[in-house]
Structure formats: C-alpha cells, structure tokens
Design a protein around this ligand. Sequence first.
Ligand code: GTP
Ligand code: MG
Length: 352
Amino acid sequence: MNDVVDAFVHLLHDTENCLRNSPGHGRAKTLIEFLRDFRMKRVNPIHKRLERMGSGRYVLSMVGLTNVGKSTLAHALLEHPVAPRRNGPATAIPVEYEHGDEWLMKTYSLARCHVDELHFDSPQALAQALERRVFAASQDQAAKIERVLVLGPMDPIKGGLVFADTPGFGAAQPGDTHKNHQARLTKYVHDHVTEVLFCVSGANCAVKTEEVKFFAAIQEFCSTVVVTKWDGEPEAREREIQAYRSKYADLFPRCRFMFIEAKWAIDGQTNGTPGKLEESGVNEIKAFIREKATIEGRRSAIRQQLLLAWQDLLELAPLRESGLAAVPWRMDGVLRIKAAAIRDGVQFIGLP
Ligand SMILES: Nc1nc2c(ncn2[C@@H]2O[C@H](COP(=O)(O)OP(=O)(O)OP(=O)(O)O)[C@@H](O)[C@H]2O)c(=O)[nH]1
Ligand SMILES: [Mg+2]
C-alpha cells in the first residue's frame, strides 16, 4: 500500500511542478493550488496513518454527539467495566484502551510533555481512578491532558489494536466554548486516529444537522456508522434496519452500518443471558474489531480511505468541469500509480 500512496503523492507533486514551470502557468494557478492543497490535506495524512500502522499502532475510535452511548458501548465491547459513563455530558478527555498484561493508566499531558503512569490491582480500581480523571477534571485540567491510555488484559482488543472513546461533540463541556471543544476533538482524530466508528443514536431515529456537519469534517476517517440504543422488538429488527439504512445511507456515503443495544450486551454479559447478547448486535462490532487485529483488515481500511480520496479528487472543483483527462498529468507518474494500484488491488477509476 505504501507504493500506491507514494505514487499518488508524487503524481500530484510532479504535476504541480510541471504546471508551475510551463509557459503561461498563471492560467493554471487555481489548478496548481488545488492539487497542492489536496496533496497536503488528503493524501499526506493517509501516508502518515500508514506510517503509524507500520509502527504497530492502529487506533479505532468512536466519535459522536454527546450522550449517544459511546462510553457504554466501550464497556460492552471491552467486557470490563473500565469505561466511565454517566448521564449528561461526560467524557472530557479522549480515552484509549489497549491490551496489556497488567492494569495500567497512562496520562499524556500536553503542557508539561509528561506521561504519568499508575498501576492498579483490578479493573474496578482503575475505573474509579479513570472516572475521577475524566469526570472530575476541571476544564482547565482537561485542556492540559491530551489523552489517557488504559492498558489491561482486555481480550476483545488483543492484537495491537487501540480502541478509543472520545468526548462527545455538540454540547460544550462546562466552562468551555463549543469551538474549542470541537477543535480539540478534531485535532485528536487527525493526530492519533486511523479509523473512525461514527456513532449516532437510534433512539429517535433522527440524525441531527450538527452530526452531518461533524461527519463531513472527519469523513475521510469514517468507515462505519454505529447506530446505538437500537432496542426495538427483535422480530422487527431486520425491517427497521433496512428502513433506517435507506433513509440515511446518503448522509453517510460509503459507510457500513451497524446497529447495537449496548445495555442488552452488558446485561447479557453480566447475567449470562446469551439471547440478550445475541440480539444486542455487539457480536458484529466485536467481529469487526477482530478483523482490525489482522494486517489485511487494517490494509483494507486504508485502501477504502485511498479510494475515497481518489473519488473526491475526481469530483472536486476545478477537475469536475474539465475532467481528469484535461489535467496535464506527468505520464511517468500515471504509469507508476497504475502499476502500484494493480499490485495492491486498488481500483482507481478514470485513470488516464
Ligand atoms: N437504552 C440504552 N441506553 C443507552 C445505551 N447506551 C447508552 N445509553 C444511555 O445513554 C446515556 C449516555 O451514555 P454514555 O455512554 O455516557 O454516552 P456518551 O456518548 O459516552 O456521552 P459523552 O461522553 O457525553 O459523549 C446514559 O444514560 C446511558 O445509560 C444503549 O445502548 N441503550
Ligand atoms: Mg462518554
């Protein structure tokens, strides 16, 4: 996959240079700027994510409006009550979960470039400390912490995957402004996350405008929409899922949908009622997470992000009007990307 991304970056970069050095390049100014912007904002970040993946860190993160049930879902998925959750605006700091032999909490402080490490005898003891950190922290304190990493013997995330729970967007935390809070969340996603599970509440079967807007801001990371609080009658489940999909698929292009009732999953796990567990939909997300523990599962997510970038390149102005063929691409670059795409099984539609 590295070769395709490299070839993509070079194709854009070399074509920009060619255009810049050609006579009358003033006319192509908009196109040069567009190609440069696209390279920096869309393709370079994929490169960065691939590099992080090479070092073994793959962060799958839940992102969603406040109160949709992200932390409850984390509890259901990790099978340990380590994820703090509460009514009303809750999680104030991104919390990452990673498999480890011992229960350990690491706090990454922004201001002091410092990592604070605490060991615990049990997940319960860790949960209490984590709760104090993510709920009781004042806005000032929370702003100084970049993220908290929780390590422990959580089998569902074995295989090097980091599963992250983030502060909900929409409602600002007390004392904070909307903008600050959302900017921090977007920064966390860009700096640390490889793939996003975009969470929306199925409780009222409605998607809010602010959810659609936030999705658009991080769409390049989103592979999946997780519809939470999906507690309808089991007999009507398939029909309701179909109806929901056909109503909202257009708002979340190219995303897979998963439907979950985390409370049933937690009940099923705690009380040993397999029926509830089965009906909760949690097993589908667990299988998805297991897939991300494999190299191929991770590569397929990056492949999807690459195709999405390619499709956007074709659809965005100023290419939309003139078409791909009107761009004076460097032909050596085109041949290189074609060869790399064939090797890695990426189908770039419309390559000249
Ligand atoms: N019925 C039902 N209620 C849920 C479910 N998930 C969460 N809730 C409830 O929704 C409320 C919010 O849950 P959280 O898990 O804290 O939501 P969150 O998205 O983490 O919220 P923030 O941290 O503020 O972003 C709590 O009262 C939960 O009990 C679910 O699957 N079913
Ligand atoms: Mg939360």
